[in-house]
Design a protein around this ligand. Structure first.
Ligand SMILES: [Fe+2]
Ligand SMILES: [Fe+2]
Length: 217
């Protein structure tokens, strides 16, 4: 009920009313043009931003994923949200580490809203928090799928379909092949009982609370 009341209040808010601050002790910056912000203002914003991101980044990533939980499909037996949950469920079932499970959970978060480049969407979301191996896998999983999607692409030449072979011998080649075969192309099965999003939420929060690092390994 409390959540519903809050949602109703949000709908009633109009332009000119202030968005709530995360903490009551925080400050608004009283300028309507960022050109007018001074150094002191930016110090305040950046201090509040760091605390805000620490708390909200995981929350909003989970909300972004959950937004599609009731979405229809365009032919698969389960929708993209369930596909993401299923990938994470299968990874957990096979004993993969927390970071890899979270990577699987978000691997197709952009599949509907950014279909032209959904692999990059997920890679950029997780890049600060997961290993180079998992970022590389996310960035390349679509190309590595091509050998499995018979008849999907207009182009059927070997150079395109077997494009993954250019990375044969790459340190992350085997993991990307394994992810696609064992945790992606098979994660469209309505008879597999998915673990709920709440099961993965603490893992997401722990992974997102890692110190952002562009060179994590
Ligand atoms: Fe994908
Ligand atoms: Fe997928």
């Amino acid at each position: 009920m409390a959540a519903r009341t809050k949602a109703t209040e949000r709908v009633r808010r109009r332009a000119g009313e202030r968005d709530p601050l995360l903490r009551p002790e925080w400050q608004y910056i009283e300028h309507c043009n960022m050109d007018d912000y001074g150094q002191e203002d930016w110090l305040i914003v950046n201090r509040q931003r760091a605390e805000y991101l620490a708390e909200e980044r995981a929350t909003q990533a989970l909300e972004l994923l959950s937004a599609s939980r009731n979405a229809p499909t365009f032919g698969y037996l389960i929708n993209n949200y369930e596909h993401c949950l299923q990938t994470a469920t299968l990874l957990h079932r096979d004993g993969h580490d927390e970071e890899t499970i979270v990577t699987g959970l978000f691997h197709d978060i952009g599949f509907i809203v950014c279909p032209e480049n959904h692999e990059r969407f997920a890679a950029d979301l997780l890049r600060p928090f997961v290993s180079e191996k998992n970022v590389w896998m996310l960035e390349h999983h679509e190309i590595f799928q091509r050998v499995h999607l018979h008849g999907f692409y207009e182009r059927q030449d070997a150079e395109f379909i077997y494009a993954r072979e250019q990375w044969l011998g790459h340190p992350f080649y085997d993991w990307t092949v394994e992810f696609v075969e064992r945790y992606d192309i098979v994660a469209i099965d309505p008879d597999i009982e998915n673990l709920p999003i709440g099961f993965f939420e603490p893992m997401v929060r722990r992974v997102f609370s890692r110190s952002p690092s562009p060179d994590r390994e």
